[in-house]
Design a protein around this ligand. Structure first.
Ligand code: NAD
Length: 436
């Protein structure tokens, strides 16, 4: 194919103007650096790279909500579709005070890459609302969710863009989203969101899927590197959907989880923590930080405690140039999206720490979301055994593909995952061509 130079001349999209550490902590800047590095390494044609430097649709909405005290608060929300070449857009919804446009753009881009790495027929999207749901009542969160859903309903839909849970959103919020969309169109449409409760068209195994995928990836890593997973101490940052389920599944398989943490602080026990007991404690309290049967460690030093496997499952930018030299783990499995900055990647690579990147390591969530969507569309539901077996097949296959490429190209796992995803995207972009 001949690529016209004019197709590739647009300046890099909305380039951030910050410098130094601010750039290291800007997720969109980080994501674009990763794209450029992988593109250069595989000599990707400029047309494909240029398409991926831009988000296809960016919708900013204002979300007015009547608060319990009678006042009106207006929240800012986003829904961003980064790419639709391989299918409808897919990606979670985040409620957090630090949500920003650059963060949601990066998360949408990583969804495009993730769906391509595990070969799901989806493009990438992400949404978010700048709010602190922990300071809101259930009624306020419901009204926020319903109005936000109405505002973004012009671009979502089961064939267009399918949201799912992310940080501070859950099954109940997905049920409200599904109900709101359904009320607006006049019939029940379970396929518009995934991560719903079973009673509202959800899938068995979705709740645990991201943590389960993290476990499958780590078990496969142990197989190819030849170490005994049950003898490798694990620490997990974040005890929400991803972190708590990962901790439970590692413990169920006889692994020694020596540390877990949440935003309030960390817990450590060199002999292994009782994860079921901590999860039971968590269901009654806001944070696990005050759990009494383990040693307490502060949020920042937590990532530096001795372990073989570190699994960040909280937020972006947890491992930076500041703490990367002090990390003791031999392996890092990114349960969260974007937890490691590119500067930290360079330091960890130089130190021989092996990292399994987010776009592979946490793809179990979107994989079972895909299963949920397929089940909703067919109105035919599968057993949990089938779901977990199909999840394992997809994740193990993707891991092997990425690992083998990393060995062949003598590159790190993040670059290899990008190369696998980019080559799939490139084939679709090439064959579809550029409209008109
Ligand atoms: P969640 O809201 O259920 O849990 C987040 C957890 O992180 C909470 O325990 C919170 O206390 C903790 N946390 C926040 N800041 C922290 C900090 N500085 N130090 C320690 N802990 C901190 O969110 P989640 O759905 O588990 O998502 C976590 C990460 O995984 C995010 O990066 C998300 O994008 C990614 N992810 C989620 C899914 C999913 O299916 N939910 C799928 C793929 C990736």
């Amino acid at each position: 194919m001949i690529i016209m130079e004019s197709e590739t001349k647009t300046p890099s999209c909305e380039a951030p103007v910050e410098s130094g550490e601010a750039l290291e902590l800007n997720p969109w800047h980080q994501a674009m650096e990763q794209l450029e590095r992988a593109g250069a390494q595989m000599r990707m044609e400029p047309l494909v790279l240029e398409r991926l430097r831009h988000c296809k649709r960016i919708l900013t909405v204002s979300v007015p909500v009547r608060m319990d005290d009678g006042s009106l608060a207006v929240f800012e929300g986003y829904r961003i579709q980064h790419n639709l070449d391989r299918g409808p857009a897919k990606g979670g919804i985040r409620y957090h005070p630090q949500v920003s446009l650059d963060e949601i753009k990066a998360l949408a881009f990583w969804m495009t890459m993730k769906c391509a790495v595990v070969n799901l027929p989806y493009g990438g999207a992400k949404g978010g609302v700048v709010c602190d749901p922990k300071k809101m009542s259930l009624g306020e969160v419901e009204r926020l969710t319903r109005r936000y859903t109405s505002e973004i309903s012009i671009i979502i839909g089961p064939d267009k863009d399918i949201p799912a849970p992310d940080v501070n959103t859950n099954e109940q919020i997905m049920a409200w989203m599904m109900d709101t969309y359904s009320m607006n169109i006049g019939y029940s449409c379970p396929g518009v969101v995934t991560g719903k409760p079973i009673e509202a068209g959800g899938s068995l195994g979705r709740r645990e899927a991201t943590g389960r995928g993290v476990f499958y990836v780590t078990r496969e890593l142990a197989n190819v590197r030849g170490f005994d997973l049950r003898k490798a101490p694990v620490i997990i940052q974040g005890f929400g959907n991803v972190g708590s389920n990962a901790a439970k599944i590692f413990a169920e398989h006889g692994c020694k989880v020596v540390g877990v943490s949440d935003v309030g602080g960390g817990l450590y026990d060199a002999k292994g923590l009782d994860i079921e007991d901590i999860a039971a404690y968590r269901s009654k309290h806001d944070t696990i930080a005050a759990y009494s049967k383990a040693e307490h460690i502060g949020v920042d030093p937590f990532l530096e405690v001795p372990c073989d496997i570190l699994i960040p499952c909280a937020m972006e930018n947890q491992i930076t140039h500041r703490n990367a030299p002090k990390i003791k783990a031999k392996y890092i499995i990114e349960g969260a999206n974007g937890p490691t900055t590119n500067e930290a990647d360079r330091i960890l690579n130089a130190r021989g720490v092996m990292l399994v990147p987010d776009i592979l390591a946490n793809a179990g969530g979107v994989t079972v979301s895909y299963f949920e969507w397929v089940q909703d569309i067919q109105a035919y539901f599968w057993s949990e055994k089938d779901i977990n077996a199909r999840l394992q097949d997809i994740i193990v296959k993707a891991f092997r593909e990425v690992y083998d490429l990393a060995q062949k190209e003598r590159t790190d796992m993040r670059m290899a995952a990008f190369m696998v995803g980019l080559s799939r995207l490139a084939k679709t972009v090439r064959i579809r061509g550029t409209f008109p």
